[in-house]
Write a protein that binds this ligand. Structure first.
Ligand code: ASP
Length: 295
């Protein structure tokens, strides 16, 4: 039997983890726990970067990306999905009920409706007001990730049977171009799980994770014997070395191994992991490239 672990991204992960703790603590699966954490964040109207209450794209529409991946390497994802509160559950259903991995846009919406998801307007008054302010501002152009316009929730979980699983769900970069899809539904970029080795996920400027296949690369580093902390750090180091300008953008990685070790690393300061382990749910700061605070 393993000691269950749930790790998720950013400060709001702490609250969202609470939805997965009774599941994983009660002998539920890593996938069920991770999905419950994701669904909690998706319904939280105060979180500006995930699901209901998220910021829209530059045309005022909320388009959602999500993915799930299991210990055995099965996976499902949705991209540019609109008006559905729980994209993570649609991603899971794609994995479980269809021969495909990724559905996008209207096709993803139709599928969600067919399996019973309700149509819901996800744009809250608060998000609408921020959008209107943004359209009036001088910087009304697609932006890179900064502290105000991103924060996917990625969840990696280990259950008491020693199985790992992961989910990502996001409204993506605020004010992105309509039709833009980020890293979160791209298996290997925003999320990757190999039950024999471990799991990794990414949040921040998705284009960096897509160019580098950051989650897959991190799992390969785990395979080479790096610890989760070392693997995320080495992956960020390689990305900064390979991609001009990456050092000025935020990208954060987290990783978990089937023996319960976890860690994370980011380019810029501010990334936090919400970690439930050994019966406690705590927020931990992670080292980052910019502050070189891991020496
Ligand atoms: N990675 C996400 C994206 O690029 C953004 C985020 O993590 O907030 O869509």
């Amino acid at each position: 039997m393993s000691e269950p672990v749930i790790i998720s991204t950013w400060h709001f992960g702490l609250r969202a983890n609470e939805a997965g703790i009774p599941i994983i603590g009660g002998g539920g699966s890593a996938l069920d726990a991770a999905e419950a954490v994701a669904r909690s964040a998706e319904s939280d109207r105060t979180t500006r970067s995930v699901g209901y209450g998220g910021y829209p794209d530059r045309t005022g529409r909320i388009t959602l990306d999500a993915s799930v991946m299991t210990h055995e390497g099965r996976c499902g994802a949705v991209a540019a999905l609109e008006n559905i509160e729980h994209p993570v559950s649609v991603a899971r259903a794609i994995m479980e009920k269809t021969p495909h991995i990724l559905l996008a846009g209207n096709g993803a919406y139709q599928f969600a409706r067919e399996i019973g998801h309700q149509h819901k307007n996800l744009l809250t008054l608060e998000a609408q007001e921020s959008y209107e302010k943004w359209t009036e501002s001088e910087s009304a152009a697609p932006r890179h990730a900064d502290q105000d316009n991103h924060d996917t929730i990625c969840i990696l979980a280990l259950d008491s049977y020693g199985k790992v699983a992961g989910c990502c769900t996001t409204s993506g970069l605020a004010w992105k171009m309509h039709g833009r899809v980020g890293d979160s539904p791209i298996i290997g970029a925003g999320l990757y799980v190999n039950g024999n080795i471990g799991a990794a996920a990414a949040t921040g400027y998705g284009e960096l994770a897509m160019r580098s296949l950051a989650a897959y690369r991190t799992v390969q580093l785990l395979h080479k014997g790096y610890s989760p902390q070392e693997a995320t750090k080495e992956c960020i180091r390689q990305i900064i070395e390979e991609i001009p300008g990456a050092f000025a953008l935020q990208l954060a990685l987290l990783a978990l191994t089937p023996d319960g070790r976890f860690g994370g690393y980011s380019i810029l300061p501010g990334f936090q992991i919400a970690a439930y382990s050994q019966g406690k749910n705590r927020l931990t700061d992670t080292p980052n490239f910019t502050s070189k605070n891991d020496e």
